[in-house]
Design a protein around this ligand. Sequence first.
Ligand code: IDP
Ligand code: MG
Length: 139
Amino acid sequence: MSGNRTFTMVKPEAVENGNTGAILAKIEEAGFRIVAMKKLHLSEDRAGKFYAVHSERPFYGELVEYMSSGPIVAAVLEKSNAVLDFRTLIGSTDPSEAADGTIRKLFAESKAKNAVHGSDSDDNAAIEASFFFADLEQF
Ligand code: IDP
Ligand code: MG
């Protein structure tokens, strides 16, 4: 059975460009409830830990540098079938391949600077939510 929570971040370039509100509106319009949310600036060390699963990939250094380049907005979201439905809402990693109307098609600058993160499994959603939020901060 699939879970009902996922984890997202509005990434640094989208925050910098003033797109946080528009992206959160798309998320709520799609039926997701905001369970937890905060704005914070990841250190390189914390960004490296969050993306440790990608540490062998060629873009890891660039990804860590980018994700620690400015503040992000992190959030836990709730909806039935949350992980898969959120991946559909955000679209493909590379915005040039993302479907029309998806958040990445609308707001991403490039495959690297692609506006939002979305968990890829229920297990990772739980791990990622607890990376940023205590149980008492999730409503
Ligand atoms: P996802 O965010 O769609 O799940 P992943 O493959 O998990 O994509 O990659 C994590 C993040 O790493 C992407 O969102 C993007 O910011 C960055 N990334 C992925 N592939 C590349 C690449 O080929 N070049 C530069 N950055 C990349
Ligand atoms: Mg991923």
